[in-house]
Design a protein around this ligand. Sequence first.
Ligand code: NAP
Ligand code: MG
Length: 405
Amino acid sequence: MKIQMKTPLVEMDGDEMTRILWKDIKEILLEPYVDLNTEYYDLGLPNREATKDQVTIDAANANKKYGVSVKCATITPNAQRVEEYNLSQMWKSPNGTIRAILDGTVFRAPIMVSSIKPAVRNWTQPIVIARHAFGDVYRASEIRVEEPGTAKLVFTTDSGTEFVEEIARFEGPGVLQGQFNKDKSIESFARSCFEYALSENKDLWFSTKDTISKKYDHRFKDIFQEIFDAEYKARFDEKGIEYFYTLIDDAVARVIRSKGGFIWACKNYDGDVMSDMVSTAFGSLAMMTSVLVSPDGNYEYEAAHGTVTRHYYKYLKGEETSTNPVATIFAWSGALRKRGEFDENPDLIHFADDLEESVLQTIEDGEMTGDLILLSDHPDKKKLSSTEFLYAIRSRLDAKRAAAL
Ligand code: NAP
Ligand code: MG
């Protein structure tokens, strides 16, 4: 009998090559085992156009209602896409819309296999980057100074009080930048990180430059510490995990020396830069999971990569593609496992574990997609098409499920 699901999982379909993989993953790896109970939202660009992007908002609200969603990669329109899809508007990034509604933090983690060695030899466990996705340099105001003058930081309260701080005296040309963040956003970031650490049973590290930025970065440090002490310390103690704050430069050195196995919370810019470094050092974007966690405990699982347009155009020409479905499969397994945890459904949790193990086993056995062939040092590696790879996983999954009966 197929595994039953009590509560619907919110399913957000997407675009191009990942949309093709989405359907194949469901048919080959999920539906034979699970009586999939999903509430389906088509976030493919044609349907976002047809619904004037209402479908994205509806999907995000459904995520809030049920708690867990799984999302396929979607096109973020640019001028070229407006023409290609004959769009009435350059619709906003679906991820941006969903993030604005759920108000969360994005966690990215590498999927590790033994034949793909991290560039840092001692990293034996994944490092998860938690990136604050609001404010700082991404919302900064800038001025190019052309002639001598005085730069001041001015804040006027609604009641008319002015706070003025002289920034610098310019004798000649230069540059100026004003940044901000808000306690409310930093508090959400902190709670998302603490929630995620508890749900993953991993230590949480956080780093800023509070020795130099005594008000701005220090506020981040204080908010994390206050929330930790008031709301999370006891729960961390109970699980035997730790919250650890250090300066960003000390953190960088410690991360390189570490074995991995923790979550590293970063301010917006640090997270942008460090996630590219960490993901590249672990191997490939196609082997990177991504989950949005909201401060009130909603989860949205996806792959970290895009819709793999170049492969899709090959697919449309009838050519066989070798696109890596691993991150998308792990988005499904992550979402099904979380659904299983919320619903106290051990069969569903067990299935998610079996599915992930089957994927890893397939790659460990040397069967993989083209992108991994370049990275793997497996002595007997074999390049499979996307579909062959899914069936290779299926045979391992079948064996596992049969052995368990
Ligand atoms: P991309 O889809 O991530 O692909 C960039 C390149 O990375 C591919 O051409 C391919 O390299 C390689 N690659 C990525 N994922 C792969 C996979 N699963 N298997 C094998 N190779 C993979 O990024 P993009 O081409 O810049 O963006 C395409 C579309 O995706 C854009 O419309 C963008 O808006 C959207 N996007 C969506 C999301 C999201 O929904 N989360 C994120 C990023 C981008 P080779 O060509 O060398 O094989
Ligand atoms: Mg970046």
